[in-house]
Write a protein that binds this ligand. Sequence first.
Ligand code: SF4
Ligand code: SF4
Length: 69
Amino acid sequence: MIKEFKNEERTIKIDHDKCTGCGECVEQCPADVYELKDGKSHATNIDKCVDCCLCVQVCPVGAIEHSSC
Ligand code: SF4
Ligand code: SF4
């Protein structure tokens, strides 16, 4: 299942079938956008995103798609 998070500036899609819950995106995002819920990543604080693209780069399974990256 693809989980979509959206605000006026960007869309983040996280493939929950691929996400292993490793927590890399949660740890590496400089703006604390992500949190783990039930073992899957959620871009709960998308409004804080600074479009640095680190999350896309660090996810080991390529589960994150970001409209600015
Ligand atoms: S693009 Fe950067 S600030 Fe935005 S969610 Fe990804 S790691 Fe966080
Ligand atoms: S880095 Fe990728 S696999 Fe790891 S928790 Fe985040 S979305 Fe899931």
